[in-house]
Design a protein around this ligand. Structure first.
Ligand code: DUC
Ligand code: ZN
Ligand code: ZN
Length: 466
């Protein structure tokens, strides 16, 4: 048995901030002792980590990543190995990635493919949601089996006709199944049928630059789809989690639904909180770096997103990490914005960007941990194993230096992508020591982890349903 004592830090969870020592035995947290109490006096340990002046926080839980996602004729550039290593560097110790069912394939086949990609390759722990692209009698039955084996959430798309898209009838059927088996439907809420008309018209009019990606994927079409998804979930009697919310009007739809007492939840991502259509409009095709869906919005939307995070109309910040290199991948869309692979890198930056929001006064320290660690763990059935520091929890712990200064750059990041969406941004705060199930994987700018340390996590159903 190995024992590690983390001494002298400020332990921050979603519920508390307390100066305390934390005792870890093998892979688990076994005890906390408040500073000044006599409890810790008798504790012995093989390793003592001095966390004086630092925060001691749960490892981040990023509930939305796409390692190696096939998209637009190419693949997201982070493998499970490079992406989870970058996650570790940034203080994220659990990812929930999206296994993909292709049209004509079973859920099982898609899930098996994703297990094969991840197994033996991950630096930190991982779990899967399932993208359902082909709702039919067989895949509906398979949803029950997946819930039983710990894949308890299913993403459906109202966008991307011909690829991931499901029509309202299919969505309703999947939601009904979720209502019966406890699975949580996650929705990409954009009206893809209408968007495709606007894409065609824009290209025909010669509007081919990346910024038109943002213009055709109209705010109203996100709000409309969000509204429709909520109504369909209400009809099905199912809970709903709307992913990557970017438009103020979509937040309003979620707030209205929640005020009505519905089990409706919303996620946003750092790119919508910190970036805007100004980035999409950058010259010389640089805007392609910021093409993702839902798209970046005008700056004015950011205030509504921050407010939603404070009022709990939005509950989770995930990354939607889906990196494509500028050279050779984003470039596929030169002369036609619709051919730019959709997605941004960010798995390494999320904890730090959100800490900067603490520094800037947008959210409190506990809310930082809540939206980045505890709530995603509860939402997707991983709590209290993940998302908190408490006896019995996995020892996924970050010693975080709130005073450290860093400048984000592709030259120093660890994601396998040739640009940073936050290049040159100054941030206050940095993960100094990162522990995954009791093993130190990052320490003071040294990577000590290994591919294969990360373990697959089965999940319970959503822990928020009322
Ligand atoms: N949005 C993205 O930006 N990339 C991948 C899939 C998605 O929905
Ligand atoms: Zn999506
Ligand atoms: Zn996504």
């Amino acid at each position: 048995m190995s024992r590690t004592l983390i001494r002298g830090g400020l332990v921050i969870t979603a519920a508390d901030e307390v100066h305390a020592d934390v005792l870890v035995e093998d892979e688990k947290v076994v005890a906390l002792a408040a500073a000044g109490s006599t409890v810790a006096e008798g504790w012995t340990a093989d390793t003592v980590i001095d966390a004086t002046g630092k925060y001691v926080i749960p490892g981040g839980v990023d509930a939305h990543t796409h390692m190696e996602l096939p998209f637009g004729g190419t693949f997201a550039s982070d493998s499970f190995e490079t992406g989870t290593r970058a996650a570790a560097w940034g203080g994220t110790t659990t990812i929930v990635d999206f296994a993909v069912q292709s049209v004509g394939e079973s859920l099982r086949a898609g899930l098996d493919t994703w297990h094969a990609k991840a197994e033996g390759n991950c630096a930190v722990d991982y779990a899967f949601h399932m993208i359902v692209s082909d709702v039919n009698e067989h895949s509906l039955k398979e949803m029950d089996l997946l819930v039983d084996e710990g894949v308890t959430s299913f993403k459906l798309f109202m966008a991307y006709p011909g690829v991931f898209y499901s029509d309202d009838g299919r969505i309703l059927r999947a939601m009904q199944r979720g209502a019966a088996n406890g699975g949580l439907v996650m929705m990409h809420a954009e009206n893809g049928i209408a968007i495709d008309v606007l894409v065609e018209q824009a290209l025909a009019a010669g509007r081919t630059d990346p910024r038109y990606h943002g213009e055709v994927r109209r705010e109203l079409l996100e709000a409309e789809a969000t509204h429709r998804a909520i109504r369909l979930a209400e009809v099905a009697g199912a809970p709903l989690y709307v992913v990557h919310v970017s438009a103020e009007q979509a937040v309003a739809e979620l707030a209205t639904a929640r005020d009505r007492g519905l089990n409706v939840f919303g996620e946003t991502c750092p790119q919508y909180l910190f970036l805007s259509t100004d980035n999409l409009a950058e010259p010389d095709f640089e805007g392609a770096k910021y093409v993702c869906s839902t798209p970046l919005r005008p700056k004015e939307h950011q205030a509504a997103l921050w407010k939603g995070l404070r009022t709990n109309d939005l509950q989770v910040v995930s990354t939607d990490h889906c990196p494509f290199c500028f050279v050779g991948q984003k470039e596929l869309g030169r002369g036609d914005f619709s051919k730019i692979p959709n997605g941004l890198p960010g798995v390494e930056n999320r904890m730090d960007l959100l800490h900067q929001a603490v520094v800037d006064g947008q959210i409190s320290r506990r809310r930082w941990i809540e939206i980045a660690c505890a709530t995603p763990a509860r939402m997707f059935g991983l709590y209290p194993r993940k998302g908190t520091i408490a006896p019995g929890a996995d020892a996924d712990i970050v010693i975080y230096d709130p005073g450290a200064e860093q400048v984000v750059s592709a030259a120093t990041h660890h994601m396998n992508v040739d640009y940073s969406a936050y290049e040159g941004k100054r941030l206050r705060g940095k993960a100094r020591t990162v522990m995954s199930r009791g093993t130190v994987v990052v320490d003071q700018d040294r990577y000590l982890g290994r591919a294969g340390h990360g373990r697959y996590q089965t999940r319970e159903t959503c822990q928020y349903l009322v």
